[in-house]
Structure formats: structure tokens, C-alpha cells
Design a protein around this ligand. Structure first.
Ligand code: FPP
Length: 246
């Protein structure tokens, strides 16, 4: 068993990592406010944290990392803030394209990308296209994503397939329904992390979180470190998952 032990209080069994970790990257605004900075500075710091955490996740051999970058409700924020988040995403995707051949990280997007600028949509499709053959770590970015919206769209598409005779509702299974979701083919998250002290799910992966373990911490997302990720994994490894059994 390979153990990672950076500090005496974090002990992680690297041979039994969760397969899929999902993160609600929360607390950027409060991080900025504490420093007398504009909220956009918090998002810029949060996107640096995302880089660090995604790189670390790849390096330790995590198979799937999903992050909540922009929800279907985040359009209610001031336009400057929305634009700043979109710009950070654009910047990140440009960099990701440059590094892809080296890093071999597979990128995917969960959400309806059509309201995004054509440039950002093109970058999303390009990163997905370039990396679709990679089989190492997969990073899913939830963008204009909402769990209810995802389930509703899946139900609409499925109902349409039934009307057209391509699907039979009497034979629908949970596995099959999962294939109509943005996350088709991706195993459910084992561990969902929410920093910043909020104890909500906020419309994140509602279908997929059925048996996820939750980890909450007061640390704000821009202050989240590799050690914080290891702490979350260590906490996960100390739980007993029973999936409704005994
Ligand atoms: C929530 O914190 C954070 C967001 C809505 C945006 C997250 C976006 C990024 C980290 C940057 C871009 C992402 C990538 C993948 C490069 P909040 O603003 O609600 O914080 P608060 O609750 O403290 O106000």
C-alpha cells in the first residue's frame, strides 16, 4: 500500500483513491472581500487554485475531477463578474490546449454551452476534440450547468426518443437514463467537496450525488491547497460506504 503522508495528520492510501472527486469551487467573493479586493480578483485567485488542484489530481492518478465553474443561476450576477469568469475560462482553455499533448488530460464540459460566446464555445469543443482519445485523468468543467436543468433536458430528450419509437419507457433503467445526462459514461462522484463553510448542494450533480460522500471545510476556495485535497481524501477513506445495505 502506498501512503502519502505529508504531515503527521494527513494519511492517504494512494492505492485506494476515490475514482471521481467533484468540487464546488465556493468562496471566491468572500476571499476577495476579506482583502478589500473586487470579487473578480477572487475568481482570478480561484482559477489559480483550480490549476493547482487539477494538476495535483492528475499527478496523483485521480481518474475523474469535476468542478462547478458556472451555474445556470450565475447569470444573475453583475455582467462584469460574469464576463470576468468567462475570460478566466477562456484563458485557461487556451493554456490547456497548449499543454494537452504533454499533460494528456481529457477535458469535458457539462452544461448547455449555447449561451456562451462563439469563441468560448469553440474553445470548449476544441479541447474536448483534441483530448477525446486520452485515457488518463478526465476533468469535467460544469459550465452553465444546473442539476435540475440537466435532468429536465434528459427527460425531454428521452421523451422525444419514445415519441419517435427510438426508446421504450417500459424498459428504462437508471443506467440507461444516466446516458441521457451530460455525465454519460462518467461514473458517479465518490466524493463531493464544498469549501467556504456552506453546507448546501446548490443544484450540483443532483442525479449523480445519490451515494456520494460529502466533505465540507471552512477554507475558502482560493486558499484550498493540495493538502486540503488530501485531507478530504483521508476523510473519505475513513468512511464506510454501505449504499443502503448494512
Ligand atoms: C463561487 O464563489 C465561484 C464561482 C461562481 C465561479 C468559479 C469560477 C472560477 C474558479 C474561475 C474560472 C474557472 C476555471 C475552471 C478556470 P462565489 O463567487 O459564490 O464566492 P462567495 O460565495 O464568497 O461570494
Amino acid at each position: 500500500m502506498a501512503f502519502f503522508q505529508k504531515k503527521a495528520d494527513i494519511q492517504v492510501d494512494m492505492d485506494h483513491l476515490p475514482q471521481h472527486i467533484a468540487i464546488i469551487m465556493d468562496g471566491n467573493g468572500r476571499w476577495a472581500k476579506k482583502r478589500g479586493l473586487p470579487r473578480t480578483a477572487g475568481h482570478a485567485a480561484g482559477s489559480e487554485t483550480f490549476r493547482t488542484v487539477a494538476t495535483f489530481a492528475k499527478d496523483i492518478g485521480l481518474q475523474y475531477l469535476t468542478v462547478y465553474a458556472f451555474s445556470t443561476e450565475n447569470w444573475k450576477r453583475p455582467p462584469e463578474e460574469v464576463a470576468a469568469i468567462m475570460n478566466l475560462l477562456e484563458k485557461y482553455l487556451h493554456e490547456a490546449i497548449d499543454r494537452m499533448a504533454r499533460d494528456k488530460v481529457k477535458m469535458a464540459f457539462f452544461g448547455d454551452l449555447t449561451p456562451l460566446t462563439p469563441k468560448l464555445q469553440a474553445l470548449c469543443h476544441e479541447t474536448e476534440e483534441i483530448s477525446k482519445g486520452y485515457d488518463g485523468c478526465q476533468v469535467n468543467i460544469c459550465l452553465n450547468y444546473g442539476g435540475r436543468d440537466e435532468i429536465m433536458r434528459a427527460a425531454q430528450a428521452y421523451a422525444q426518443a419514445c415519441v419517435e419509437g427510438r426508446a421504450d419507457p417500459h424498459h428504462l433503467t437508471q443506467e440507461q437514463f444516466g446516458n441521457w445526462l451530460y455525465s454519460a459514461g462518467v461514473p458517479d462522484p465518490d466524493l463531493i467537496i464544498r469549501p467556504s463553510g456552506e453546507l448546501r448542494i446548490s443544484n450540483f450533480l443532483l442525479w449523480q450525488c445519490a451515494y456520494a460522500e460529502f466533505y465540507y471545510t471552512d477554507v475558502l476556495w482560493p486558499d484550498f491547497t493540495k493538502e486540503e485535497l488530501l485531507k478530504a481524501i483521508a476523510s473519505y477513506q475513513n468512511r464506510s460506504r454501505r449504499y443502503g445495505g448494512i
